[in-house]
Ligand binder design. Structure first.
Ligand SMILES: [Zn+2]
Ligand SMILES: [Zn+2]
Ligand SMILES: [Zn+2]
Length: 151
């Protein structure tokens, strides 16, 4: 094995998912960085070219596993810019709930626009908040529902 490849394998740990997670320096905080051929490169791009093939001009590397720190070339798909934008169109919230019309609402954003809000997450937040101070919230709730209780 050549020296660079050896260094490369020293810097990864293999996750059960098969991801080769980068443990060393990063580029821009999110991607592995590897010094090879006298330049600092993205580790996943280097790995793709080392183990699969040269990346043609105009193509991006897309992480099919969604782990930006993963340098497993078999988790990389070559995509053109348009395709890449499509791949990153947001279809799920950060907790993995699908953002269907039914599960989405909007709220005013600081920039004057609207933010999409995942209803499932919002409801979970409300429950968490309620239970985090259950005595006080129960009491408030009792006062607020007094009229309803009297009917
Ligand atoms: Zn991966
Ligand atoms: Zn991507
Ligand atoms: Zn959600």
């Amino acid at each position: 094995m050549d020296k660079t490849t050896e260094r490369f394998f020293d810097k990864i740990i293999i996750w059960p998912s098969g991801c080769w997670m980068w443990t060393a320096a990063t580029l821009g905080g999110s991607y592995g960085s590897l010094r090879a051929d006298n330049k600092t490169q993205y580790a996943h791009r280097w790995a793709y070219e080392r183990f699969i093939r040269k990346i043609p001009d105009g193509y991006d590397c897309h992480h099919t596993c969604k782990e930006k720190l993963c340098a497993n070339p078999y988790h990389i798909k070559l995509v053109d810019k348009k395709e890449h934008e499509r791949e990153h169109a947001i279809t799920h919230c950060k907790n993995g709930h699908e953002l269907t019309e039914k599960n989405t609402t909007t709220r005013a954003a600081a920039d004057g626009g609207r933010h999409r809000v995942c209803i499932e997450c919002r409801n979970a937040r409300v429950r968490k908040w309620y239970w985090s101070d259950i005595d006080k919230n129960r009491e408030t709730n009792r006062i607020n529902t007094r009229r309803l209780r009297e009917v």
